[in-house]
Design a protein around this ligand. Structure first.
Ligand code: ADP
Ligand code: MG
Length: 291
């Protein structure tokens, strides 16, 4: 490509709010045939809220107080949702000691001499708890594309909280544009399969990988590249940085973390997924002009 046509393309993309930080990304973007999207903060708004509280013993206030006691020590978006909900309902967070955040699992601490845990099914089951009694409440949450978080104190299961994050208003339309351009769209998330399935169905995503640990997102990118795809990764979080760097073209959501932005070739200033098909269209037009 001539430096001139690339400059024009970079300028055109910038008009759409897609800031191209690495010059060759503009040319590669037109060749993409797979776009991998992070879920939280990328497809969804990234501001989850508590949508339901289900206590085994019927004391929702107490359950919230304990959950907030744990989550007030965490910086995860899920934690913020729980702390805010407790505040709204005047549930004073209980004093939890020895706080620990466990990647891809949940949070833990000590309360009244016993371990207290809040997190996903897989982890609590691995800790020896049976969650069978909460299956109905769990399904009601996942059907609404929410994330179920289970709370246990010692060996006692206390209940389940539903936390949901709204899908961005234009995510579905942007995904449709990618399909129209002949591009396959995949989602990769640390969240569970049932929730990932619901989000995929609502937005038209072709395929998803769920329960992917933060450090394993880049493996999914590498796997798809080795299958012959030219892969874009789109993400906002610290844990997306290695996947952004491993992809052919990384797109960081502009409102995301600095680490994500530094690892990506393109920054989407408008935070909307439309920036991805915009950049691809500009790239294809630019490359066509060169030949
Ligand atoms: P993602 O950013 O894709 O949602 P994470 O690795 O941050 O992935 O989280 C994966 C899962 O781990 C969450 O869906 C949740 O079940 C559990 N989890 C992580 N952090 C917390 C937390 N602070 N409180 C409760 N559960 C958590
Ligand atoms: Mg995210």
């Amino acid at each position: 490509a001539t430096p001139m046509s690339v400059m024009v393309g970079v300028g055109k993309a910038a008009e759409y709010g897609a800031l191209i930080r690495q010059g060759d990304a503009l040319q590669t973007a037109g060749k993409l045939d797979l776009v991998i999207l992070d879920k939280t903060g990328t497809i969804t708004e990234g501001h989850p809220a508590v949508t339901s509280v289900h206590s085994v013993e019927g004391d929702e206030q107490q359950l919230l107080a304990l959950a907030a006691g744990l989550e007030q020590h965490s910086e995860h978006p899920l934690a913020e949702a729980i702390v805010n909900h407790a505040k709204e309902l005047n549930a004073e967070p209980l004093k939890v000691t020895g706080f620990e955040a466990l990647n891809g699992k949940g949070v833990a601490g000590q309360f009244e001499g016993e371990p207290v845990r809040l997190g996903n099914r897989r982890w609590l089951e691995a800790e020896g708890l049976s969650l069978d009694g909460l299956s109905d409440a769990e399904h009601a949450i996942t059907e609404q594309a929410g994330t179920p978080l289970f709370l246990a104190h010692g060996t006692k299961l206390l209940g389940v909280l539903g936390v949901a994050d709204a899908i961005k208003a234009d995510s579905e339309a942007a995904i449709q544009r990618l399909h129209d351009a002949g591009i396959r769209v995949m989602m990769v998330t640390g969240d569970i399969s049932a929730t990932a399935r619901a989000i995929s169905a609502k937005t038209g995503i072709d395929d998803y990988r769920a329960e992917v640990l933060p450090e394993d997102k880049a493996d999914v990118v590498n796997e798809m590249r080795s299958k012959g795809y030219t892969v874009a990764m789109v993400g906002d979080g610290i844990n997306d940085a290695p996947a952004l760097a491993a992809s052919d073209v990384g797109f960081a959501i502009g409102t995301g973390t600095d680490v994500a932005i530094e690892s990506a070739a393109i920054t989407l200033m408008r935070g909307s997924l439309h920036g991805v098909p915009d950049a691809i269209e500009v790239s294809r037009a630019t490359v066509k002009n060169i030949h």
